[in-house]
Design a protein around this ligand. Sequence first.
Ligand code: NDP
Length: 528
Amino acid sequence: MAQTTESTVLERTGITTDLLDRLTARIETVGDRSEIEVRTPVADEGIASVPACDPADVAAAVERARPAQAAWANRPIEERAAVLERFGDLVGEYREELLDVVQLETGKARHHALEEVLDVPLTCSYYAENGPAVLGDEERSGAVPLAADATVTYDPVGVVGVISPWNYPLTLAMTDAIPALLAGNAVVCKPDERTPLIALALADLLEKAGLPEGVFGIVTGEGATAGPALIDEVDYVAFTGGTETGRAVAERAGRNLIDCSLELGGKNPMLVLEDADVETAARGAVKGAFTNAGQLCLAPERIYVDERRYDEFLDAFVGATRSLSVGLAFEYGPDVGSLIDGDHLEQVREHVEDAVDDGAALLSGGRARPDVGPFCYEPTILTDVDPDSRVACEETFGPVVSVVPVADVDEAVERANDTSYGLNASVWTQDRDRGRAVARRIDCGTVCVNDPYTVGWAAVDAPMGGFGDSGLGRRHGPEGLRRYVDARTIATSRIGPLDAPPGIDPGWFARIMSGLTTVRRRLTRWVP
Ligand code: NDP
């Protein structure tokens, strides 16, 4: 059984080793497995360990989920919605404990962890309130007016695999699981090996909320082993992570002929137009670029500023960034927390150093802060970045952003679209209609006007996802629910087989059918 280890950091939180032992005991394996240590980036020390599940463990988890799913799907959708509402309430009630676990596993600042905790009840309420109508039977036009009708029913696909990353381990384990559960599916979640504890804490709360045993399972372990095994067992896979892993997931899902949604990386642009309120835009840039130390798929990493406002924007942005505090406290205070681990710190450091070697100017940050925490890095602003450098083209996924002057809105749009990614963008202008018009020209799944990302993400009723290398499919909104159901069409004829009745002249029948088809097309055109 997985065991927690001695940790000095735990003492600074409300989390006990007993709690961690209880959480890790939830993971079932069919034999003895090697252990993966869960380390806290707050001090780079072990806080717990979880089993490295192998394919047999994954298969067993899905096997346990199947009968539980059948019983869950038979419950009225209103009952399922009530369980999810209760779960949302419990996430609020256990807020402090959940914040501690998120901070322990990720090292992020407490107010950034809070965004995760607040997000889950919002998603629960949205789907609990709107899901039943989205999944109700639908009458559609029949094949022949008056003679036939068609009804569409929606059934859960079965067991959904959720593969989630480390950067928003609470939100991203749940945001895809909630609609899947509401639709009557079971879920088996494979969290990132660095952040399994928060997923286990959520499984605990789901059970407290009344979710029957087996409907939400967790498998832990390395992505390269447990991930493909999960895709081989489930009926749908909802994946969030890097683009290259996403391609591997899509290939495997394709071979298994199951559907998938892929929420992948980005290189998100922010466009500051000449009529923007520069102070507001600078505030937005700080929030966008440095929330969760920039480890946010929606974070702007490229800022294009109309040259007429460039100096003014830079002054405001650099001034606000230099005043940010970097810190690791299990309370509200520090503005920016830690990166996830040493490998990631190295990637961020390399991006910045390469850019500077290629001639970029460093206006703020550009240093690791081992005095604050082993993987802390200062919020960093670069200008004069070579457009071919890694920091300009690849996702940095850290607190690093480059600012580039542009001649006008056309150049801003052209540069914004000059990438294979298309996840999130923002447009800053005092004319919201103009902002919406510019938004239509940007090749991204979400474009926010006068906000870096929250206004898009928190619009739970609206779909969210990526163009191009940023992914496939959509989460949130009705689209985020319908991906988890199989549509069945039940079509009825009132006149028996839709074919020439016995004894009818085929030529006469052909004329009648052509006439009816024309009437139908016209009716479809006239009747909205
Ligand atoms: P990865 O793609 O490496 O990991 C994501 C998840 O996939 C982890 O649980 C990982 O497990 C698992 N995994 C690894 N290999 C496989 C495999 N072969 N088959 C199935 N699953 C596998 O992503 P990162 O850790 O790099 O996460 C950051 C990335 O996620 C960034 O690129 C970011 O932009 C993206 N992201 C996208 C979001 C969106 O909504 N679009 C939101 C947040 C992040 P393990 O790590 O345990 O090995």
